[in-house]
Design a protein around this ligand. Structure first.
Ligand code: C5P
Length: 220
């Protein structure tokens, strides 16, 4: 394996959207492209890490050297992550997990014979918060996609979910929003923060991995 700043580290990353089935032909999802999570996986391999990527449905090639586990729903992603989290040094939750799923998946296609349709959704498990709660779990990094008060919501999420680090991005900025090839992050940890200015997702991924590695050595 390549020697690098993350040599010997095992990193688990989630990426992409999840899909929540409504009936056999329909689902609820979101606009996540998976690009940021895949960029992190690619750069983590370059930095010498052993990388497991738990990916929702995306149309991206698997970066070389990455162990990719494909999942569809948040429940599937939760199961895969909980199975692997204890064997990893770092967990980065980059996936745009659907917050809700249909309370009852309809076994047959829903017919359009009513003027109104009401569906009930129930909350999905919070994968990131569950990993952060683990005893002797990995160094845990979350993302916060916000459209306003980015720093405020990110710091709140860092505390509430008990994370080691959070990377906030302003998805209302079209240069760096969903499906863009660039990103910019404001990263927070307990006692500090750093701005990672607009750059390609690969460059931003590298900068974030460097910060993670610095915080991990500072915490040891
Ligand atoms: O609370 P919110 O959804 O804004 O938090 C975003 C962060 O939490 C992201 O890192 C995302 O991957 C993670 N998350 C998760 N499981 C969920 C919801 C969000 O891992 N069910």
């Amino acid at each position: 394996p390549p020697k690098g700043p993350l040599s010997g580290k095992r990193i688990l990353i989630t990426a992409g959207p999840t899909r929540e089935a409504i009936d056999p032909v329909r689902y609820m999802s979101n606009h996540s492209s998976g690009k940021m999570g895949y960029a992190l996986a690619q750069q983590a391999v370059r930095a010498g890490a052993q990388v497991t990527l738990v990916s929702g449905p995306v149309s991206l090639p698997t970066p070389g050297g990455v162990h990719r586990i494909d999942v569809i729903s948040a429940a599937d992603m939760h199961e895969a992550v909980m199975q692997h989290a204890k064997n990893n040094d770092v967990f980065i939750a980059c996936a745009a997990v659907a917050d809700y799923r249909a309370a009852d998946q309809q076994p047959q296609k829903i017919k359009k014979n009513q003027q109104e349709l009401t569906l009930t959704f129930v909350k999905n498990p919070d994968i990131l918060a569950d990993v952060a709660k683990m005893q002797q779990g990995p160094f845990t990094v979350g993302f916060a996609a916000e459209t306003q008060d980015v720093a405020h919501y990110a710091k709140d999420k860092l505390q509430r979910k008990g994370l080691d680090m959070i990377a906030a991005n302003d998805v209302s900025d079209s240069r760096i929003g969903f499906n863009a090839d660039q990103n910019a992050l404001h990263v927070f940890w307990s006692g500090g923060d750093q701005l990672l200015p607009v750059a390609s997702k690969l460059e931003v991924a590298s900068a974030l991995l460097t910060l993670i590695q610095q915080r991990m050595s500072a915490c040891q």
